[in-house]
Every structure is written in structure tokens, then in C-alpha cells.
Design a protein around this ligand. Structure first.
Ligand code: SAM
Length: 345
């Protein structure tokens, strides 16, 4: 049996076997068979539905210094901002009216937002919009903090593991950041009953196929409900300003593999994919993705949440963003729905 047949039949491989599967990434027949099976599975579980998440980037202050990221602490050119609880609520109100039933609060690791402040924000959203899910994406916290947010009503948490390989993790982050802690956080979040999202960038400096095989194996073990992957894109004020961006084709190949590995997973066609390729998000949907995350942040702040250069959708009002994505989703043969969009069990 070939490695492709084995994967299509069992949906489970070892790290070495994932490496072998990845070596076939330029073989058109392999790409096509993976894509067909990914689409079959996404349709089996989610039909033609595409879920939306209203993304609210509420702070670009960050105490971390990830070498690839435009809002890292060491970037003194970043124009910093924070949204108040009232401003966040305004974003949710306009989002709700447009049909969003999930709000994602994402930000740098900003100590201004103490646990009390996060709890207040989560409670306010859940009180006014009890039919909506709240997703947090605010980095590494203690078990107790995650517990407080969960008790306040947070439903989901996005924390990309970034890379499952110790050495690569160390080369992309300063010494005080530890992969073991990030992984521990993901297991804590699972234990607390969050729907958990992990993930990684495709093509940051130093990443090899061996690293990606380790990422796939890690996700197979963790079994998260959501996986966020997108190509690395350089930012002009980082160490990696002159490094090449990650590959769109490889990202699409990996999306197919992830859909087959975790058939019920919530898999976004990311903004980074749409930044590198004008049709990137449509292509993501065509290989197994079933989520899009349009921006709900106030337009005046959008350009400041600059993780990488040339980020798209930074000049449009929320309604325009929704309309544009709805048309893109329809062109890809799917349908944007007004639902919380939980993973099917
Ligand atoms: N602070 C939170 C955290 O650490 O999880 C959430 C915000 S963080 C900026 C969100 C994600 O942006 C990261 O997990 C990383 O994968 C992605 N990211 C950062 N810089 C990037 C770049 N240059 N290209 C592509 N993605 C990037």
C-alpha cells in the first residue's frame, strides 16, 4: 500500500510517514486525490456551509518579542492602540447586525488587560449576545486565568503552537518563550472544556519538511477542534524583513491533509493566504477549509494591527468586508451562514 493510500484509509500516520507524504507535494495526482478526499469530508460534515468569525483585534501592545511578528515588543515603529470595553461592544453590535454569531477577541499579550478586564469584556458580550460564541486569542496564561475566562463564558481559545519542534521554536522566539509552556497551555485549555485551536505558519525562516511533519503529528495527537495555518509573510520592521514568504501551494496541500486527519475540524482560509494570493481564501475553501474570519475592528485601528506587510482588508468597513467575503465564498461554491459554527460532534 502506498503512503497516500494508507493515509486516505486510516487518517493517521507517524511523523516519518507524514514526511514521506509531504515529499509528494509536487505530484499532481497526490495533490488531486488529497484535495478530492478533503472536499468530500468537509461536505459530509458541513455541507456547503462556511462559518464566519468576526475578528476584533483589540490591542497591538505585546510583551513578547517573537522575531517574525510586526507587533512584537521590540518594534518601536509600531503605532500602539487599545480598545475600550465600550469600543469592543460597538464592534460586536455592528457585527451582530451583519450576521456574525462568533466574536474573536485577538491581541498581543498586553498586561493592561488584566484577568478582571478580560472577564468584564467576555461577560459583557455574553450578556448582550447570549446566542454568540466568544473566542479568545490572547496568548499564554495560567490555568487559573483560563479558568476565570471560561467561567465568564468564553467558549473557544486560539493559540497556535507555532511549531512543534523545540529547536525551530527557539530560533523563532527569544529564550524566555518556551514551547513546553505553549503546549501545556493547549492541554490546559482542553481540560477546561474550551474548543481549542492550534496551528502554525507555513514557511518561516528555518522551517523544513521534517518540522511540518512534526506539526502534523502534534496536531494528530492534540486533536484540536480548530486549526489555523497560514503562510509566513515578512514584516519590514522585524529580523526577517528580507526573508521570502511561505508558499501558497504548500499551505493548500497542508490544509487538505489537515481536513483528512481531523475530518470535523474548523479550518479557516486565513487572511495571510488572501494576502499572498488574491484568490487565496477561495483556494483555501476549495481544498477543505470551512471558516473565514473577516475583520470587525474599527477601521481607524486596522492598519496598526500589522503582523506582516501588505495585510489585506485594512481599509474597509465591517459591512463591506462581510459583503466581499460572502461573494468570494459563493464564487467558491459555498454559502456564508449566520450561525455560531461549532465543530460537529
Ligand atoms: N498573542 C496571541 C498569540 O500569541 O497567540 C495572538 C496574536 S498573534 C499576533 C496571532 C498569530 O499571528 C500568531 O500565532 C502567528 O502565527 C501569526 N503571525 C505573526 N506574525 C506573522 C507573520 N509575519 N506572518 C504570518 N503570520 C504571523
Amino acid at each position: 500500500m502506498t503512503i497516500l493510500d494508507k493515509f486516505l484509509e486510516t487518517h493517521i500516520l507517524s511523523t516519518e510517514e507524514y514526511l514521506e507524504l509531504l515529499s509528494l507535494r509536487e505530484n499532481p495526482e497526490t495533490v488531486k486525490r488529497l484535495q478530492d478526499e478533503a472536499v468530500r469530508l468537509r461536505k459530509q460534515y458541513y455541507g456547503d456551509k462556511v462559518f464566519t468569525r468576526g475578528l476584533i483585534e483589540f490591542t497591538n501592545y505585546c510583551k513578547n518579542n517573537c522575531y517574525y511578528c510586526g507587533i512584537r515588543k521590540g518594534n518601536h515603529h509600531a503605532d500602539r492602540y487599545r480598545l475600550t470595553c465600550d469600543e469592543i461592544m460597538e464592534c460586536c453590535r455592528s457585527g451582530y447586525a451583519l450576521g456574525y454569531r462568533t466574536f474573536v477577541l485577538q491581541g498581543g499579550e498586553d498586561p493592561y488587560y488584566t484577568d478582571e478586564r478580560i472577564v468584564e469584556i467576555v461577560r459583557s458580550i455574553k450578556q448582550e449576545f447570549p446566542d454568540c460564541a466568544v473566542t479568545l486569542s490572547i496568548g499564554e496564561k495560567s490555568y487559573e486565568s483560563y479558568q476565570r475566562f471560561r467561567e465568564a463564558g468564553a467558549d473557544r481559545y486560539l493559540l497556535r503552537h507555532e511549531t512543534a519542534d523545540e529547536e525551530l521554536y527557539r530560533s523563532l522566539h527569544p529564550a524566555e518563550m518556551k514551547l513546553s509552556n505553549r503546549k501545556q497551555c493547549l492541554y490546559h485549555l482542553k481540560e477546561l472544556g474550551y474548543q481549542v485551536g492550534a496551528g502554525f505558519m507555513v514557511g518561516p525562516p528555518g522551517q523544513t519538511m521534517q518540522h511540518l511533519a512534526e506539526d502534523l503529528y502534534f496536531l494528530q495527537e492534540l486533536k484540536p477542534q480548530m486549526v489555523g495555518i497560514g503562510p509566513f509573510i515578512p514584516h519590514h520592521d522585524t529580523t526577517y524583513a528580507n526573508e521570502p514568504a511561505g508558499s501558497v501551494e504548500l499551505t493548500l496541500f497542508l490544509l487538505s491533509i489537515l481536513r483528512i486527519m481531523l475530518p470535523r475540524v474548523l479550518l479557516p482560509a486565513t487572511t495571510a493566504l488572501g494576502t499572498l494570493d488574491p484568490l487565496g481564501r477561495e483556494k483555501g475553501l476549495a481544498v477543505g477549509a470551512n471558516v473565514v474570519m473577516p475583520n470587525l475592528s474599527p477601521v481607524k485601528n486596522r492598519k496598526k494591527y500589522e503582523l506582516y506587510d501588505n495585510k489585506i482588508c485594512t481599509g474597509e468597513e465591517a459591512a463591506e468586508c462581510r459583503g466581499c467575503l460572502s461573494r468570494r465564498v459563493e464564487r467558491a461554491g459555498y454559502r456564508l451562514v449566520e450561525e455560531r459554527g461549532d465543530a460537529v460532534s
